[in-house]
Design a protein around this ligand. Sequence first.
Ligand code: KIV
Length: 287
Amino acid sequence: MKTPLTVTKMKQMKRQGQPISFITAYDYPSARLAEEAGIDAILVGDSLGNVVLGYDTTIPVTIDDMVYHTRAVARGATQTFILADMPFMSYHTGMETTLRNAARLMQEGLAHAVKLEGGEEIADEVRACVRGGIPVVGHLGLTPQSVHQLGGYRVQGKQEADAKRLLSDARALEQAGASAIVLEMVVASVAAEITAAVSIPTIGIGAGQDCDGQVLVYHDILQYDAAYKKKKFVRTYADIGTTIREAIGAYASDVREGRFPTEEHSFTSEAAAPAAVYGSGKEQEPS
Ligand code: KIV
């Protein structure tokens, strides 16, 4: 059995130059598969809104959505470090609400750490969570919860002033006690500079090869969508969307043409109890 990642181990991996692998997951089977594949850590991202719930942005995702999906992931990946996103406005309406929401992700969702978008402006919230024993990961660069303020999904750190601000935000997060920082869609040289300047690991997505770790969205690397859109910062490793579409099409046509079910799939009066009813199922009591 592998030893799960911890925030302390993540910092040690940075010091030792060992890259950290993160992937997102939003439900039980995807988490289980990610764990079986040996991923270092799972992010239950609020990208949930885009890739699973069918929204255009992460903004409609609620704390209840995050708790529900984080708990499903925790049931699937019991030996893996789980980081959960604090969704839109769940850490902006007072410290008590921030702490209560972060605590829900850990107590009900069983996350090991929470992620907040923003820099210096959320340093007090980061500090309060850390003081309460909640490990925090920051998120800088493209922060999708602010998409309307940023004027769209754009690469960050192109102007010198923006690059400087990203660096000072990273330092503010480090000083506030954050355990790591996600850098999303940041100019690679700026991400490299930030990575060298802070002692906590940077986890990049579209931020070049010098970050201490990488994170990608589950549905992106697997092309798990009906209308998958190619992205420059993603490498795709499978085309699950096509496989699923073809498999469901074959099943539907088997049903229509009377090729499924056959005798092989039917019970007789002597039949033993099935091992499971749906999916992997839990072990059934013999009846
Ligand atoms: O919500 C998410 O999945 C994320 C990653 C894209 C970093 O925050």
